[in-house]
Unconditional design. Structure first.
Length: 464
């Protein structure tokens, strides 16, 4: 009855086309790509078009004690956008305006529903570049990227989303519409509330506008590819790149299971060549780029590559990286997926890859691994036959063991996907109690009624 009252209020204060409450339509908004995480049935979905409409939604939910679950494109892999029974899912999918691209100040102001690749394309028209590029860049939105502090292929050299967010407009857990951050190149007035909001997964506020830092367009990249007879050999090459002090603009790993899945879908012929592929890029200009490419080749060869070369064919190089971006949808065709995104020190990549293989064998679980290997961010993807509950139980045990192995090696349970629902237990194993208490205190301060994405990240009952 309580949530019914909230829905009635929303119908009164918002234009009718902003609200979805048909049961068949609601089904598409129940969870993100982390279908293994628990999810409920929302009371309705609202799709506001302005910050003021977002504020009206939050205030109505605040008044009636109804949970609000912010949602971007639904491409998340941790359950951060999964609905709760009776909640209001607040989708920013219709807030898609690029409001400003300032060439002189090298910044852009966008609404949260702008797709990552669309922003990058718009910036390119002005000779500028927005670096964060998650593999989901053709579909994921800037708001979702900010909420999870998304990384991507080039973050090994250029950093993650937080490094590019200058300012935000946010609706808080108390229903206020505020601006935090700045437009200037420098600024230390007050606490870094913008940095705090980035990566908070919708638990601190609802993002309604993002101001991002831009870079000048880069020179063309050189691509270096290496084929390896074993996954651990590719891992040694990654550690070797780190040890030499090289900073490629991308260093990506694809294992044989993933190559086979991509080949079966797109017939690219990659899996016939290697058990693991490393793809590196350098965007250093001129002679420096040539020297870096040669140094990457030596690292690959020294680690036991059966073949390694710098590509002189841009189309061929782009096809290899396209295969990397196709990894997740290709694996989805094999069955339900449980996706990790652990991150370990780069020197520990070979040991972590070895642990992943051992865990898969021990629990008879198929694990396909891709990685932003240059910064130690590994994505073991556990594949389970549809409807096989016994295999699913084994996979869940393997999932937890992979988290523990990453922690033992000095790593973290999530490098870029966020905690959401899937990593809450892992977060408790990673952080000591006093630090968890600090997290809970911040949540309580910014969302005192506990209505914003409750139960995500920090698992405590609202109010937190």
């Amino acid at each position: 009855m309580l949530t019914a009252t909230v829905v009635e209020v929303l119908h009164r204060v918002l234009p009718e086309d902003r609200i979805l409450d048909d049961l068949d339509v609601l089904a598409a908004y129940r969870h993100d790509e982390a279908a293994w995480a628990e999810h409920g049935r929302p009371a309705c979905v609202v799709r506001p078009r302005t910050a003021e409409e977002v504020q009206q939604v939050v205030r109505a939910c605040l008044h009636h004690g109804a949970p609000v679950v912010p949602r971007g494109a639904g491409t998340g892999l941790s359950g951060g956008a999964n609905a709760l029974d009776g909640c209001v899912v607040l989708s920013t999918e219709q807030m898609t305006t690029i409001r400003e691209i300032d060439v002189a100040e090298r910044l852009a102001v966008v609404e949260p529903g702008v797709v990552n690749d669309d922003l990058r394309a718009a910036c390119a028209e002005h000779g500028l570049w927005y670096p964060p590029d998650p593999a989901s860049a053709p579909w994921s939105t800037i708001g979702g990227n900010v909420a999870t502090n998304a990384g991507g292929l080039c973050c090994v050299k250029y950093g993650v989303t937080r490094d590019y967010v200058l300012g935000l407009q946010v609706v808080t857990g108390t229903g206020e519409l505020v601006r935090i951050g700045r437009r200037t190149a420098k600024g230390v007035a007050g606490y870094d509330l913008t940095g705090l909001m980035v990566g908070s997964e919708g638990t601190f506020g609802v993002i309604t506008e993002v101001t991002v830092r831009l870079r000048p367009a880069r020179p063309p990249e050189r691509t270096v590819a290496g084929y390896f007879p074993a996954l651990t050999a590719a891992g040694r090459a990654v550690a070797g790149v780190a040890a030499t002090g090289l900073t490629p603009s991308a260093l990506e790993l694809i294992d044989r299971a993933t190559l086979v899945a991509v080949d079966e879908w797109k017939n690219m012929g990659l899996s016939a060549e290697a058990d693991a592929v490393l793809l590196a890029r350098t965007d250093a200009p001129g002679e420096a780029g040539e020297q870096e490419a040669e140094a990457l080749l030596r690292c690959f060869t020294d680690a036991g590559a059966t073949w390694a070369a710098a590509s002189s064919d841009a189309a061929e190089a782009d096809a290899l990286f396209a295969a990397r971006r196709l990894a997740y949808p290709a694996l989805e065709r094999l069955g339900p997926l449980l996706t990790e995104d652990i991150c370990v020190p780069r020197s520990a990549v070979p040991a972590m890859l070895d642990q992943i293989q051992m865990i898969g064998r021990r629990h008879t679980v198929q694990i396909a691994t891709v990685a932003h290997a240059g910064d130690g961010n590994l994505h073991p993807v556990l594949v389970v036959p549809a409807g096989d509950e016994v295999a699913r139980a084994r996979a869940e045990i393997a999932f937890d063991e992979i988290l523990d192995a990453a922690l033992v090696l000095g790593g973290t349970v999530t490098g870029e996907h966020g905690v959401g629902l899937l990593k809450r237990a892992g977060l408790r194993r990673e952080l000591p109690e006093p630090v968890l208490a600090m997290h809970a205190a911040v949540k309580q301060a910014l969302d005192p009624q506990g209505i914003l994405n409750p139960g995500k990240v920090i698992a405590c009952a609202p109010p937190c």
